[in-house]
Design a protein around this ligand. Structure first.
Ligand code: SF4
Length: 64
């Protein structure tokens, strides 16, 4: 799995960070998403998919 984020769409809600803080962080400057881990571990893939659905801005996508 590969995770991508579109920071131009991100509204800084932080749902992704709450869902999987090992993959997502937020910029200290503007609160937009920072991708910590492009390739999640096997035990993180479900959380990455959850983040796709929870993001209110459709800023996260995963590619299997
Ligand atoms: S959940 Fe979406 S909008 Fe919110 S910080 Fe993460 S990427 Fe940005």
């Amino acid at each position: 799995m590969k995770v991508t984020v579109d920071r131009t769409r991100c509204v800084g809600s932080g749902m992704c960070v709450l869902t999987e803080p090992d993959i997502f962080d937020q910029s200290e400057d503007d609160g937009t998403v920072v991708l910590l881990r492009e390739v999640p571990g096997p035990d993180q893939e479900d959380k990455a998919r959850d983040a796709v659905h929870l993001c209110p801005a459709q800023a996260i996508s995963v590619d299997d």
